[in-house]
Design a protein around this ligand. Structure first.
Ligand code: TXA
Ligand code: MG
Length: 317
């Protein structure tokens, strides 16, 4: 087994301050929440967020939850609604995540919501999580701190075993009390249960005074155009372009002349960090075709190619 290179931080003021400093410089810090350990990065830092996907080794970009210490900071990034207020008053801080429309001027990295115009936000109850988030001051994007396909970690040891060489630090705050990920509720047009969890539909419905639609993942994924559908550019997308056609918007990778370059140095973390932003920027130029250089299919390149091939797929209706 590889020895871990992660700094183990104590659950003290000094440990929380150190965690916040690492986050501020673009590092990855695993920290406990009341549900499971999260793999945290500064949600506004494209490159740090790209490092989360790289560390987890997921073959696609699943959108991430952003964690905050206080509701005031959180509300700057989303379009707040009366139903959000009701649920927040009743269940926060705690194991409930709300998916809301993202404020158009929010500085949160587009990679956090994988190009969606919505944002999943939560205010955790765990004292160590709150202390780190307070010391940091902004939003921290954090999926469960495990490699893709492994079980969610509820102790610092689990994180070290799974990601010890891929995180900068692990804050050791003991065991997570809940051990089950947060309940996720979408509040876009009507309330929808997106992931069941400890806070059940009955309790949520009693608070809102109406039932929630249930949308499980498989269904959501098979319903493009719905909540889980990802940003598709208006322009057509042409993949693996080794030369450019006249009039094309050119999204390059490596040493090529182009309009925007995902990474001149062929760094896949940098390419992932730029991906959604650059697709949006080229699409805003309202051309017919966005042509994209070939991207290697290893490491983060798998997730980047997955995203690009969805963008290039024929459109419905
Ligand atoms: O308890 C938890 O929620 C833990 C701790 C660390 O906070 N986090 C967690 O994150 O479980 P993760 O990445 O393993 O799961 C996030 C879920 C994914 O299923 C993702 O699809 C969904 O949240 N999600 C995130 N943003 C979304 C969005 N904008 N719209 C719909 N679903 C979203
Ligand atoms: Mg997970």
């Amino acid at each position: 087994m590889n020895p871990s290179s992660a700094e183990i931080l104590p659950d003290t003021d000094a440990g929380h301050v150190r965690a916040a400093d690492i986050l501020r410089t673009g590092g990855l810090v695993a920290f406990p929440t009341e549900t499971v350990y999260g793999l945290g990065a500064d949600a506004c830092d494209d490159r740090a967020v790209a490092r989360i996907y790289d560390a987890k080794g997921r073959p696609s970009f699943n959108p991430l939850i952003v964690h905050f210490a206080d509701p005031e900071t959180l509300k700057r990034h989303v379009v707040w609604t009366p139903e959000a207020e009701l649920l927040a008053q009743t269940f926060w801080p705690g194991p409930l995540t709300l998916v809301l429309r993202k404020q158009p001027d929010s500085p949160i990295s587009p990679l956090v919501s994988a190009g969606l115009e919505t944002l999943a936000v939560r205010l955790p109850a765990h004292a160590s999580a709150r202390a780190v988030l307070r010391a940091f001051g902004g939003g921290v994007a954090a999926p469960s701190a495990n490699r893709s396909g492994q079980i969610s970690p509820t102790q610092a040891d689990h994180v070290v075993a799974s990601l010890g060489n891929r995180v900068d630090a692990v804050l050791d705050g003991g065991s997570c009390a809940v051990g089950l990920e947060s309940t996720i509720v979408g509040l876009l047009d009507k309330p929808v249960m997106l992931r069941p969890g400890g806070i059940t539909e009955d309790v949520l419905a009693a608070t809102l005074g109406r039932h929630l639609a249930i949308r499980h993942k498989a269904e959501a994924l098979s319903a493009p155009g719905q909540l889980m559908s990802h940003y598709a550019p208006h322009a057509q997308v042409r993949l693996n372009a080794t030369e450019w056609q006249p009039g094309e918007l050119r999204l390059g990778f490596g040493d090529v002349a182009c309009d925007l370059n995902l990474s001149e140095s062929e760094d896949l973390v940098e390419a992932a960090a730029h991906l959604f932003d650059y697709l949006h920027r080229l699409d805003a130029q309202k051309g017919k075709v966005i042509a994209v250089s070939p991207i290697p299919h290893d490491g983060l390149g798998v997730a980047i190619n997955d995203r690009l091939s969805r963008a290039a797929a024929p459109r419905e209706g």
